[in-house]
Design a protein around this ligand. Structure first.
Ligand code: 0PR
Length: 378
C-alpha cells in the first residue's frame, strides 16, 4: 500500500482506466449474467452498508430479504417456501445438498446428478465428502431416468435435476425424478439457477418446480436472468426442516442461529433482486424473456442459413451450435472479439447464451463472421 494519500479523483480515474481493459457485454455470448437493471443498481447502492449476517441490526433489510424469498417462492409454486438470498448458484447448490445430507444422516453417502450438472456439484462432493454419481443423458440431453435408477441406493442422500442446464438450456424430466425421489424418500433438489427466471414465463407446460410435491429445494439466481446485481443467488426449501438442518449457533450476534453459508453478507443483492421483481412484475419478466427467446430464434434461423445446426432445438435462450473443430472456431471468433464458450465432450459445440444485452444487429454481425471463419477453415 502507498504511504501517502492519493486524491479521490485520481483513484477514480485510475479505476476507470483499468476498467477499460474489460470487454463489453455487447459482444458476450458466453455469460449467464448481464448488465443489471438500472433499478437494481440504485437499490444495491442504497443498501451497500447493510449486513444480513447480523440481521437484528438491519431489521428493515432482513424484512426485504424475507419478502424477496416469498416472491421467489410464489414464482416457484410455494409462497410459504423458506430460504435466503445467497451469493449465487454455487452457494445455493452447496447448501441444498448440505441440508439434504444433514437431514438424511448419510454422512458418507452419495448424490446423483445429471452428467450435464454444473461444476458446482464437483465442489460439493469434495466439500461435503459425498460421492457425486453422474447419470447419463438421453438423446435430447436430458438426464436418462434408467441411468438414475441404476445409480440410486440406500446411501443416496439427494437426487438433483436441472431446470435449464448450463450448456444446453435443457430441462430434465423433473416429474419422473420426483416419482423416484418419493419412492425412495429422498431429497430432490432442482437447480434452476438459470432457468428459474425463464421457465415461469415460457408457457411450455413443463412441470419442474414446487408444484411437484417431491421437490424439496430449488436454486434460482437473481444475478442471472433476474437482472439483479452480482452476487445474488436464491435458495428455497419447501420445509422449514431443511433450513433447521443448516443452523449454526451464533452466540454473540443479534440472532441466536444462522443458516447461511457465509457469515457477513451484503443486503444489497437482496434489495436489488427485490427492486427488479417489484418494478418489472411478471409482465416485465415475460417481455424480457420473450425478447431473449426472439434473439434465440433469430440466431438459430441465421445459423441454419449458413448450414449450422443446433444440437437440440433450444428450450430456452441457450444454443449449442454444431460446427467442425469447435475449439478452433471459438479461437477465431475470440480473435474477432466475440466471446463464446464451448460445451464439453462428448457433445463439443459452440455455446451461446442470448441475454438481454444482446441485439439482433450483433447476432447478424456474429453470423457473418462465423460464416467467414467456417469457409476459411474448411
Ligand atoms: N447452476 C447452474 C445451472 C449454472 O448454470 C450455474 C452457473 C451455477 C449453478 C453456478 O452459479 P454461480 O456461478 O452463480 O455460482 N452458470 C454459469 C456458467 O458456469 C455462470 C457464469 C456466468 C459463467 C457468467 C460465466 C459467466 O461469464 O457458465
Amino acid at each position: 500500500m502507498r504511504e501517502r494519500s492519493l486524491p479521490a479523483d485520481e483513484v477514480i480515474a485510475s479505476l476507470a482506466r483499468t476498467k477499460e481493459h474489460d470487454y463489453s457485454y455487447d459482444r458476450f455470448f458466453s455469460t449467464m449474467c448481464s448488465r443489471p437493471h438500472p433499478i437494481a443498481v440504485r437499490a444495491h447502492d442504497m443498501f451497500l452498508e447493510t449486513n444480513l449476517g447480523d440481521p437484528g441490526l438491519f431489521p428493515g433489510t432482513a424484512g426485504l430479504e424475507e419478502e424477496t424469498v416469498r416472491m421467489l417462492g410464489e414464482l416457484l409454486g410455494c409462497p410459504q417456501a423458506q430460504g435466503y438470498i445467497s451469493t449465487g448458484g454455487t452457494e445455493s447448490n452447496i447448501q441444498a445438498v448440505r441440508a439434504a445430507k444433514n437431514r438424511s444422516g448419510k454422512r458418507e453417502g452419495n448424490i446423483i446428478v445429471p452428467a450435464s450438472a454444473h461444476f458446482s456439484f464437483d465442489k460439493i462432493g469434495d466439500l461435503l465428502s459425498l460421492e457425486v454419481r453422474k447419470a447419463e443423458l438421453d438423446s435430447h440431453l436430458r438426464v436418462d431416468i434408467s441411468s438414475v435408477e441404476a445409480l440410486i441406493d440406500e446411501q443416496t442422500a439427494a437426487l438433483v435435476g436441472i431446470a435449464g442446464t448450463t450448456e444446453f438450456g435443457q430441462v430434465d424430466p423433473i416429474e419422473e425424478l420426483a416419482d423416484i425421489a418419493s419412492e425412495w424418500g429422498i431429497h430432490l433438489h432442482v437447480d434452476a439457477a438459470f432457468g428459474g427466471f425463464v421457465l415461469p414465463f415460457l408457457d411450455n407446460g413443463l412441470k419442474w418446480d414446487f408444484s411437484l410435491p417431491a421437490v424439496s429445494s430449488i436454486t434460482i439466481d437473481p444475478h442471472k436472468m433476474g437482472l439483479a446485481t452480482i452476487p445474488a443467488g436464491g435458495l428455497l426449501f419447501r420445509n422449514q426442516d431443511c433450513m433447521n438442518a443448516l443452523e449454526t449457533e451464533t452466540h454473540y450476534l443479534t440472532r441466536a442461529k444462522q443458516t447461511s453459508l457465509t457469515g457477513t453478507r451484503s443486503g444489497a443483492s437482496a434489495a436489488a433482486a427485490y427492486a427488479v421483481m417489484m418494478h418489472l412484475g411478471r409482465e416485465g419478466f415475460r417481455e424480457m424473456v420473450g425478447y431473449c427467446m426472439e434473439l434465440t430464434r433469430h440466431l438459430v434461423r441465421g445459423a441454419r442459413e449458413i448450414g449450422v445446426e443446433p444440437l437440440i432445438e433450444p428450450v430456452m435462450n441457450v444454443v449449442a451450435l454444431q460446427v467442425p473443430q469447435p475449439p478452433k472456431v471459438r479461437e477465431r471468433l475470440m480473435d474477432r472479439d466475440w466471446h463464446v464458450s464451448m460445451t464439453r465432450e462428448p457433445k463439443r459445440a459452440l455455446r451461446l447464451i442470448l441475454m438481454t444485452h444482446m441485439s439482433h444487429e450483433n447476432i447478424d454481425l456474429f453470423l457473418a463472421d462465423l460464416k467467414e471463419i467456417l469457409a476459411d477453415i474448411n
